[in-house]
Design a protein around this ligand. Sequence first.
Ligand code: GAP
Length: 645
Amino acid sequence: MEKIVSLCKRRGFIYQSSEIYGGINGFWDYGPLGAELKRNVKELWWNTMTRQRDDVVGLEATIIMSPQIWKASGHVDTFADLMVECPVTNKRYRADQIEPQDGIVYYFKGAINMLPGEFGFIEGEKEEVEKYLKQKRELSELKKLGENLSASANPKEQKIGALILERVSLKTEINEPFSVLLPAGKPPEAAFVIAADFYEKRGMDCLWPIKSHTEKVVGDTRHNPENGAELTKPRPFNLMFKTYVGPVESEDNVAYLRPETAQAIFAQFKNVQETSRQKVPFGIAQVGKAFRNEVTPRNYTFRSREFEQMELEFFIKPDEVVEAIKGRVTPGAELDTRHSTLDTSSWGWEAWHKYWVEERIAFYEGIGLPRNTLVEYWQKPEELAHYARATVDILYKFPFSKRDEKGELTGEELEGIAARSDFDLSQHERFSGKPMGVFDEELRAAWGKLDEPRKTELSKRYYEARLKYLMKTGVEPAKAEKGAKEDADGLAKGQYIPHVIEPSAGVDRLILALICNAYHEDTMPDEKGKMETRVVLKFHPRVAPIKVAVLPLLKNKPELVKKAREVRDLLRPHMNVFYDDAGAIGRRYRRQDEAGTPFCVTIDFDTLGEKPELKDTVTMRYRDDGKQERLAIGELLTWLSPKIR
Ligand code: GAP
């Protein structure tokens, strides 16, 4: 990672935000190459998810929205991480990110103040006492030290000895328990030093921590791995950034920077559906900034406080509706979702969920992340959000990912694909009082043709699902039953609240994955044929920030420069071209290798017709293996275009 971070800075992919002022933790800027890379990734996602499909449309909503949205979504009440704090350094950590540790816990019951009462220090004595205090740690040892010093012939030592004995005989003056975990083999003094720091923060200096006992522990997560100090109890910390709308900073004007782009899609669902004239199943896609006041931003850009998301909310019919119309729901297991002529009319949530997982994995493969660097992780039932029926996380094996017992990288989340039921639309319906359901003529017609037992069965299932939702969200039982009944009765009228499948990806995490995946070091001959190590970013040409570099062999030959500029201008309207005439050609190739440019076009004397049969041809040089071939200028565009799309 260190090499990658340094390359990103050196080549202008990623910089620390506000670097000249010492930076700001959890915020990152994208430099010239990073900005291009990011733009390419977002555009590829947008094209794949919206423009290439009939059933998805786009949205671009504001970052600040009505705070009611975040009440309805649950973010105001529950979007929190459990946080612990080190009482010595005041650093905060996410409770679930404390690495388990083994070792010995030193428990302290409090501390004695060693400052003199009736004695009073004279110049330099305090330091002298502290010097002794630093040497010995157990209370019994301290007592012994006091006795030895009292018996000394030196009057200064006698005084210190008496002071120590006086203090030892007193009760503890701070009775707050505290503990310190030390790895086996570390000298116990270290625990006393940390404990002294802890008690000193409670307003005392020159004090003596009183140890009560020790305990051997395995897999402990209650102590700070950096210094062993006992962490505070976990407490929730809401991750939303707060601000105020308008000139008055009062609770009435509180607003939040959106922590996800998804909620705007739900809030605008009816508008989009009506204006785009889409019918369920269909999706709404959005790319944009999201903000989370992460307790511990870490792993470079992986967990940032400001980041971008690419989210799709794909609205589908509830299974009961599909069954009413089609007679059955196609089980997910029966599906080959990569088949091009899919009949999706009998797909329920399981099939759609499987479909989107496979679509998204295919997307990642299509932009150059090999399948074996990705993990499809199915969340366990106990990990699922209460409204989710299933969630699959797509993980990428980052260099900083944890390793399993076989030493394999386990991967970190790039994207989550959740089957979120009708939770979000239902919440906005309840909180806004505006209907979020749809009318489906096909359902109304099909319902009329069902026999009574089938109607009863489907209504009952729909009723039970709605009742479960309403009860879980705190609606009182009588009201919940009434509401669920009305919802179930709506089926006969062709009405229902759509369910949703949500593929939600992070742009910045994907950029980091692409850079990690592209980073290679290899050896290649320099201009004199001597092997040298090179750093090369092997981006897929689709995402590469620069698609092609155009290089005149020599800068001081006007005919070469003129021709090279013509080639640049020929390609520039169609792709990002970089023109470079500075330095030896080998050095220029290396610079492009580090930028991840897949193709270099060199204009040389043959291009000008030195060998007549090569007139108007160029050298095409490949980044990955350094091989070269000649191509006619006239065919460059048709040759390059399919490779970068
Ligand atoms: N609407 C669902 C949602 O927001 P999430 O799992 O919290 O789900 C989705 O976020 C994606 O957003 C993640 O898979 C990740 O790629 C990205 N993401 C979340 N928090 C992030 C952070 N602090 N820094 C960078 N990316 C983040």
